[in-house]
Design a protein around this ligand. Sequence first.
Ligand code: HEC
Ligand code: HEC
Ligand code: HEC
Ligand code: HEC
Ligand code: HEC
Length: 392
Amino acid sequence: MPRLLVIFSSLALALSLFFIAAETQPAFAQDTAESEAEDEAIVPFALPEDGPFHPENIEIKNNDAISDWYRSAHADAAAEAFRHWDGEEEINPVCSVCHSGEGFRAFHGLDGSEPGVPNEPIPTGGVVDCGTCHNPGLAEIKEITFPSGLSHPVQGVEAACMTCHQGRTAGVTVENAIDGKSLDESDGELRFVNPHYATAAATWLGGYGGAGYHYEGQDYSGRFFHAQPVSTCNSCHDPHSLEIEFEPCMTCHQGESPADIRIARQSYDGSGDTDKGIKSDIEANAAMLLDMIRTYAEEVVEVPIIYDGHSYPYFFADANGDGAVDQNEGSSVSYNAWTPRLLRAAYNWKLVTADPGAFAHNPVYSLELLHDSMADLGGPLGIDIAELGIRR
Ligand code: HEC
Ligand code: HEC
Ligand code: HEC
Ligand code: HEC
Ligand code: HEC
């Protein structure tokens, strides 16, 4: 048994070292010197403290991290979020910041380049790789700028999540687009403003982050502080699998899943049901807002609108009102009769529904945006949403 031989010879070496040490040590120090010598003898073999020695039972954390990450959306090289540029064989620099680890590192200067949007396109084929989050340079990043213009202070890996999950537009983008235009008049220059996707960090910062369109005269709740132990993205999301582990939520909440969670005592959606999760109130109000968007387009603008979540830019025209998207030379006609009032409501609706975790990231802000958008469309439609039991 070569291993035993090695142990014996090391022990012999350690023992002789011990005798040398003992000669130079006062007698009272002998006990500690002896146990130190034994430790040194065993440590080089990295044996587990207690036998028997079974390598298959020893967990290697890196393997867990890799296999969790490998099954996550961040590693899904086949997803549209990473394949979108296959035709061009390179990713437009602006897009690469969030759609490739390499672009992300270039943006933050983690690859030794000047920080800022990369000068050159980035090759396709990248995903959100290990080096995106495990990068000592992240610690140097002190703030992240959001599309609203806000600079938000960050710490460590938060800088990564906040860079990529901030969306691409903000309430001010809509404000600038509709500035000076008459609220209920359609304007051929207006286009749908898309908040982009997976905008969790923007929702999370609420009114302070300025992701939503804010109606004049209303106050908006800021960042959702939640409770002290749930203060970062990774308090709820495993950073590798990205999944939510429900068990820790149950220290403070009840139910079978995040969708059941509710703290609010009032019903927001007019159902009067305060047993269901807050997620249901948000979904119900979002559905009602989409209904009002359709009714407004039909009755006020007189150009019916069709929402198709599968194709950009999502809102299409149905000018002849036959219930099907209008076609022009084989392609769908994007909605082209936006009024400022319609655009801001559609933007808020898309922002809230584009984040499947909005109910956990910032339920209060989400409900405020939905409420105010409905109240605004309700004006010209003669609908008083308070009478329907919709609360802010
Ligand atoms: C601020 C970060 C950021 C920037 C910049 C960005 N994206 Fe994205 N994008 C994302 C994130 C995050 C997702 C993931 C959404 C999901 O699938 O969960 C995404 C998703 C997408 C998708 C997939 C949508 C779908 O339906 O699955 C496309 C296409 C896309 N982005 C195109 C672009 C283009 C084109 C650009 C540049 C003009 C761009 N993105 C710039 C963050 C960004
Ligand atoms: C989206 C960001 C992100 C990506 C991508 C990522 N990690 Fe991590 N990783 C983290 C964070 C955050 C922690 C700290 C977890 C904690 O404190 O509990 C961590 C912790 C770890 C640990 C410590 C052990 C553990 O599981 O807590 C290892 C090992 C690790 N990561 C390896 C990897 C490897 C290998 C990859 C690529 C296959 C990778 N990580 C990709 C964010 C990331
Ligand atoms: C370099 C940009 C980038 C960084 C950094 C990043 N993400 Fe992502 N994230 C993405 C993209 C792109 C997708 C969509 C990938 C896809 O569609 O497969 C995504 C998807 C997700 C998803 C959705 C998972 C699903 O099942 O659809 C979650 C949750 C998530 N990220 C959380 C985080 C957290 C938490 C962090 C920080 C620890 C983080 N991300 C850092 C770009 C990023
Ligand atoms: C309070 C816990 C909590 C915190 C904090 C949190 N999330 Fe989430 N997140 C959720 C829940 C719950 C969902 C809904 C998905 C589910 O139920 O599995 C979700 C969904 C998401 C999704 C969409 C996943 C999908 O299926 O498409 C993304 C992306 C995301 N979160 C990113 C983040 C980022 C980035 C942060 C930090 C800025 C963050 N989350 C903070 C709980 C949280
Ligand atoms: C330490 C206690 C604690 C933990 C752990 C916790 N939460 Fe919370 N949660 C709270 C408190 C307190 C509130 C109310 C905060 C407020 O309204 O300002 C809340 C509110 C919520 C809400 C909004 C409910 C409503 O009716 O508005 C959701 C959704 C939520 N938490 C999801 C989660 C998820 C998902 C987890 C686990 C990943 C989690 N929470 C873990 C304490 C906690």
